[in-house]
Design a protein around this ligand. Structure first.
Ligand SMILES: [Zn+2]
Length: 404
């Protein structure tokens, strides 16, 4: 049903508009001066917000692990490999400790924080029901993992089954996709098979890439902290593929790569050439001791990036405002205001583009996914900075034009 939304200010790609209104159904039909929208659309339901309200695009969290929402204090932070050992040690409790109620709580918390679309990396399919029933738009990335050739057929069969289920059940705003876990954990044969499916069915695609120094050293030299890990758990002495071989298998299929902190300049160039996007998860990166993505460098090379929370297995909440704030204080080499503007784009339109969804901007033709923020005064030229610092109250939310 059509609605007219009148906020004091509207955040658009053309700037912050005053005395304007937005006409929506599932998509944004018109952004124009208030008087014109009202004149053109008599008898349409009108919702008007208070002074200093700001209509803003819904936030987009491109990378989250809903299945691992049970963690509070079980996992060990500060070092990637120690964290990984703690994940394996606590695996059972983590999986069983988060049922439908727990996952739904995490999803609802995202909505409360203004996240109207998320990309869920689903390792086991346990989060299917919670994600399918979510109010948000969801890209449901069925994950493929397995570095041992002997188990490849079984693992691929299980992956296909999960993918099929996510394709069979349909609802508006639910999109099946594929996740290939990482270059160290997926056998090249499996990578090729999954990419065949992705190319044929044109599914959204994501992978983890170069998250830790351990990953870099293992893939480059079969050395470092992963050596003992692979030896102990998988009796594996060498990596299954090089970083180059892994990355190049994605050529021509624009992919969302999570982290990419330890990628080389050459790998960033490859990402740029193939229109890949990096999902930057600053809090997760800090908590796992992986350092900070060199934003200045990837900006200079011209790699696209968006912002994401990762899962509660490496975060304390699922909140992009918190990620923006962490990133603002982490990337001290970039000019403050410029960075604030980039972070706002990274949490909205860049995430939408990475997920290939027509969202993340209040402009005619885009989906009507929006939030209303209650500012405390007139927006200044430093609006983006203050939005991140002050985290204004969200007083309303819309997904595909429906109030949620
Ligand atoms: Zn992840």
């Amino acid at each position: 049903m059509k609605k007219i939304l009148i906020a004091d200010y509207i955040y658009t790609p053309e700037g912050v508009l005053k005395n304007h209104a937005v006409l929506v159904d599932e998509t944004i039909l018109q952004v124009a001066p208030k008087s014109k929208v009202l004149r053109d659309n008599k008898d349409v339901e009108t919702i008007e917000y208070p002074k200093y309200s700001l209509l803003f695009p819904g936030l987009i969290n491109a990378h989250v692990h809903v299945e691992f929402s049970g963690n509070k204090t079980e996992l060990s932070y500060g070092d990637f490999i120690n964290w990984l050992y703690s994940v394996i040690e606590n695996r059972e409790e983590l999986m069983q400790g988060c049922d439908l109620v727990c996952m739904t709580k995490a999803i609802d918390a995202m909505l409360a924080n203004g996240i109207t679309t998320f990309g869920a990396i689903s390792s086991h399919g346990l989060d299917f029901e919670a994600c399918f029933n979510a109010k948000q738009n969801v890209v449901f990335f069925n994950e493929l993992i397995g570095s041992q050739a002997a188990a490849a057929d079984v693992l691929f069969g299980d992956f296909l089954q999960r993918l099929e289920r996510s394709k069979e059940q349909k609802r508006k705003g639910f999109f099946p996709g594929v996740a290939i876990h990482s270059p160290y954990s997926v056998h090249p044969v499996l990578v090729q098979k999954a990419l065949e499916v992705v190319r044929k069915e044109r599914l959204p695609l994501t992978a983890h890439f170069m998250e830790s120094l351990a990953e870099r050293q293992w893939l480059d030299n079969a050395k470092g902290e992963f050596k003992e890990f692979f030896d102990k758990f998988l009796q594996q002495q060498k990596p299954v593929s090089s970083a180059k071989e892994f990355l190049e298998s994605f050529d021509g299929v624009s992919t969302l790569f999570a982290h990419a902190i330890k990628a080389s300049d050459e790998e960033y160039e490859t990402m740029k050439r193939n229109a890949h996007t990096i999902a930057h998860c600053p809090i997760s990166n800090r908590l796992l001791g992986n350092g900070a993505l060199e934003l200045e460098k990837i900006e200079k090379i011209g790699v696209k990036w968006c912002l994401a929370t990762d899962g509660l297995s490496s975060n304390y909440n699922l909140d992009l405002w918190e990620e923006m704030k962490a990133a603002l204080f982490m990337h001290t080499d970039l000019p403050l205001l410029e960075l604030a503007k980039k972070l706002i784009a990274a949490a909205t339109v860049n995430g939408a583009n990475a997920l290939s969804l027509p969202k993340g901007e209040i402009t005619k033709g885009k989906d009507a996914d929006m939030i209303v923020l209650q500012l405390e005064g007139e927006p200044t030229p430093e609006l983006e900075l203050h939005m991140i610092l002050h985290r204004y109250e969200i007083i309303d939310r819309f997904i595909m034009g429906e109030r949620v």
